[in-house]
Design a protein around this ligand. Structure first.
Ligand SMILES: Nc1ncnc2c1ncn2[C@@H]1O[C@H](COP(=O)(O)OP(=O)(O)OP(=O)(O)O)[C@@H](O)[C@H]1O
Ligand SMILES: [Mg+2]
Length: 833
């Protein structure tokens, strides 16, 4: 094969071309034997050489997170402000600012840290393990604890856990696309190798690649950062593009930040132009900035997502990448593999035509290296490998070729036994054994039996002379066709219901299978699935991506597609603007799983599929997925509540305060009071991640929608500002309130409006008909409001610069709050629509 020299992105050779040294030398250098290391020795090496991991998945330590927060510009400015207050003798100001910074940083860090830890524990529970020989026994060990000198056993579908050389290889082929960009598998066999370029290392396996055929025993030579993956592609491989939701949130954050900067500068300059005291104006501007910044947004997103992940785990869905929860909630098309998700995956041989066909199929299935596939297992269950035969060579199964060949010897004969998809085997046949060869008739027979729901494999043979050696697929020619083996894979009764449930959630299911079109059609009928159209791999191969994108909308069924075509179908759907999920379990599904918005696999799947997935189903059941989708939407709805809170009252309040500060001769709130207001407001929102969500929010897919956010802001923001300005006017001109009275009243009104509005905007419909709020949300919001009232009106009031309010003023405030809430309830229907 030429692929090594054709590879488009050849990485530079690494320092240590260890594969040129030969197995003996490496074993000696690493103090290892083919029987593996002792457990104690492995532990010793682990402590000196470090974990076998490229990225650092351990969440940053708490102390580091605190430091990082203290270094944020706003917090730093606040700390400077506190210092200035202290130096000028304003000790209450100093204490209050410090206290507020301390409490909010602590809240933020502790919440986020706990959430991350919980999510990380979940992720670990589905982490890939490797089979290492330790203390003379093959046992599963966490990939992270592999060390140089370990001897690892790999089967087809396994992820290569470290760099090393093959000690044993049986038809091993590795897909090294991640490192070389080369999509075709490279054959790997033990033995000497002279080339120093890793692309020529036919006897070495590299971390991050996948064994896609055969089996291998590998001596680990380099781990963690010493691997080529660690050296070349760590960041690239690990980093994924942000989801639409993440991009949206980030965009919103930036927008608010810019507005804040503009507003704060404006306020500061205006105050200075009016000859207000410089320090006070500066502190006021800073406090406004703090009040406006959505500083809790990152924490709330993390906490909401982790809580979502924990709840999904209870429903048998483990989340590996937190942001995928949003993708799952936004998903409107689900592509699924057939075997295992829609069928029971209890494949059984139904009939084999003749005993000879079965005998040959068993030779092929049983004498091939690597793990038997479910089809192989079904053959061997019906017929054990005939005695007296041995394998001399093999051409392992390939998903593009769809057949596998084994050169076997026995009974004084030497023959190549081929089995595979009917059309793939028939294409290499030129005659038939014992009867006339009529390819068209045989294809028609395969088609007819497929339409009865039988999965078929064709079996063919060729006598191979002594002098011919079998090395590659070119040996599969001039075959004599023997017959078909037919298999039954019963449809999963629950699958029809699950697909209907997904449809009720607004998700369209498409089947993307490597199996034949009649089999797929039969299954769709048996399950009563609403599916239309059919494209085969052959047709797709003739289309460019553009043409494919034009068809995928209407077509729900795809048959005989190769792994790369699965990926192309997925990308075509994405190009049409869909948020697409892909669920599959095979090596052939991994590229599509990786390309999906929500890549899904199941616990029993091949390692490659699990490694590529964002979500792992612990039960191989589409019904479980529907639960996960609802959870994803719940999470989205709760993050949106926070976003709406931030863009409505809170924003409006700070804005009108900036305006008012210029209209009245004193500050509408002291800087420390603004900070206190902001802190209590933050606390009131801590319950949002726990909140219950309306049925309506679960019924359809939701993705980030900037227009909706803007619409909400443009309706609710001005409403809040209008009421604020009315309050200002009433207090200042109506009641003739002095500075302290004014601030107390404003503090109370502002807290009440921005905290209570959550009970309205948490639902799109009438607030009283919504799912009742979670007790945690009731507790945090009413608690924060109670504390605010107690501080403003209670015994501590003088320390904080508050003054007692006359009864008339209190009554007016109450009326304003009630009016505001009533108006918000009316207008939100326009805003959320
Ligand atoms: N071990 C094997 N030996 C020979 N041929 C095989 C073997 N496994 C699979 N095939 C052929 O390759 C085809 C594609 O493989 P497979 O059915 O696993 O693809 P898939 O996309 O995972 O299908 P499904 O949607 O059923 O899960 C099979 O239909 C069969 O004809
Ligand atoms: Mg499959």
């Amino acid at each position: 094969m030429l692929h090594a020299s054709l590879s488009p992105r050849q990485p530079p050779p690494v320092e240590d071309p260890f594969w040129t040294q030969g197995a003996e030398a490496l074993l000696a250098r690493l103090g290892a034997t083919p029987a593996g290391l002792a457990e104690a020795e492995a532990a010793r090496r682990l402590t000196t050489l470090g974990r076998n991991a490229v990225a650092d998945p351990v969440p940053a330590a708490i102390a580091l997170k605190v430091l990082r927060r203290l270094a944020e510009p706003l917090v730093a400015i606040l700390l400077v402000a506190a210092l200035v207050s202290g130096l000028t003798g304003d000790w209450p100001g100093f204490g209050i600012i410090l206290g507020i910074v301390g409490v909010s940083v602590a809240l933020d860090v502790v919440q986020e840290h706990r959430a991350e830890q919980a999510a990380a524990r979940l992720r670990d529970s589905v982490a890939v393990r490797a089979t290492a020989r330790r203390d003379g026994q093959a046992r599963p060990v966490p990939v992270e604890s592999l060390v140089p000198g370990d001897v690892v056993e790999l089967a087809a579908g396994a992820l290569v856990p470290a760099d090393g050389i093959l000690l044993v290889g049986e038809g091993a082929q590795a897909n090294e696309a991640l490192l070389t960009g080369e999509p075709y598998p490279a054959p790997k066999r033990p033995g000497p190798c002279a080339g120093t370029n890793p692309a020529e290392a036919g006897n070495a396996l590299f971390a991050g690649t996948a064994l896609v055929a055969g089996s291998a025993v590998m001596l680990v030579v380099a781990t963690g950062h010493a691997t080529r993956l660690g050296g070349v592609a760590a960041a690239l491989a690990a980093r994924r593009p942000a989801t639409a939701f993440e991009r949206g949130l980030r965009g919103l954050g930036l927008l608010i930040l810019r507005l804040t900067a503009f507003l704060v500068l404006f306020v500061l300059l205006a105050h200075l132009a009016f000859h207000r005291p410089a320090l006070e104006s500066f502190l006021f501007a800073v406090a406004l900035a703090v009040g406006l910044t959505p500083e809790l947004l990152p924490m709330v997103t993390t906490v909401t997502l982790s809580r979502g992940a924990l709840r999904m785990a209870r429903k048998q869905v483990v989340v590996k990448r937190l942001a995928a929860i949003h993708d799952l909630g936004a998903m409107d098309v689900l592509c699924t593999d057939k075997t295992g998700t829609l069928t029971e995956a209890r494949i059984a041989l139904a009939d084999a035509g003749s005993p000879e066909v079965l005998r040959m199929a068993a030779l092929n299935a049983g004498l091939a290296g690597g793990l038997p596939t479910p089809l192989d297992a079904a053959i061997l269950a019906a017929q054990p490998v005939p005695a007296g035969w041995r394998a001399l060579a093999e051409v392992p199964f390939g998903f593009e070729r769809r057949r596998s060949s084994v050169l076997v010897e026995g009974d004084g004969q030497r023959r190549l036994v081929v089995k595979g998809a009917p059309e793939a085997v028939l294409a290499a046949c030129t005659r038939a054994e014992g009867h006339d060869f009529d390819r068209a008739a045989l294809l028609a027979e395969a088609e007819a039996r497929g339409a009865e729901g039988l999965r078929l494999l064709g079996v063919a043979v060729r006598a191979v002379p002594e002098e011919e050696s079998v090395t590659g697929p070119e040996a599969e020619r001039d075959l004599a066709f023997l017959g078909f083996c037919a298999f039954l894979d019963p449809p999963k009764a629950s699958a029809g219901r699950a697909v209907a449930r997904l449809a009720a959630l607004g998700i369209r299911t498409k089947i993307v299978s490597g199996d034949a079109a009649p089999v797929v059609r039969h299954l769709v009928q048996a399950l009563g699935l609403p599916a239309q159209g059919m494209l085969t791999g052959e047709e797709i191969a003739r289309m460019d991506d553009h043409a494919l994108a034009a068809r995928v909308e209407q077509v729900d069924l795809y048959a005989r597609v190769s792994p790369d075509q699965k990926r192309r179908i997925l990308l075509a759907l994405k190009a049409r603007g869909h948020t697409v999920g892909f669920i599959g379990d095979g090596i052939n599904d991994a590229p599509a799983i990786h390309a999906a918005d929500a890549g899904i696999s199941v616990q029993e799947a091949t390692e490659v599929a699990r490694a590529a997935a964002d979500l792992i189903l612990l039960a191989p059941d589409l019904g479980v997925l529907a639960e996960g989708v609802e959870e994803g939407r719940r999470t989205y709805a709760n993050v949106m509540k926070y976003v709406r809170m931030g863009t409505s009252s809170n924003f409006g309040n700070m804005l009108s305060m900036a305006v008012a500060s210029l209209a009245i001769p004193f500050l509408p709130l002291l800087p420390a009071q603004i900070l206190l207001n902001n802190l209590l407001y933050d606390v009131s929102e801590l319950g949002i991640p726990f909140d219950a969500v309306d049925e309506a929010d679960l019924a359809t897919p939701h993705g980030w929608d900037m227009r909706q956010v803007l619409r909400f802001t443009l309706v609710m923001g001005p409403l809040s500002s209008a009421f604020d300005l009315a309050t200002f006017a009433l207090l200042f001109w109506g009641f003739g309130a002095g500075a302290e009275e004014f601030r107390t009243a404003w503090f109370v009104e502002s807290m009440a409006t921005q905290v209570l509005v959550i009970f309205l905007i948490r639902t799109a419909g009438p607030a009283w008909r919504a799912t009742p709020p979670h007790p945690a949300l009731v507790a945090t919001s009413l608690g924060a409001l109670a504390v605010a009232l107690a501080l403003a009106l209670g015994p501590l009031a003088p320390v904080l610069g508050f003054a007692p309010l006359p009864g008339g003023m209190l009554a007016a405030l109450l009326a304003l709050v009630v009016l505001y809430l009533a108006a918000a309830e009316r207008l939100k229907r326009v805003a959320v629509a």
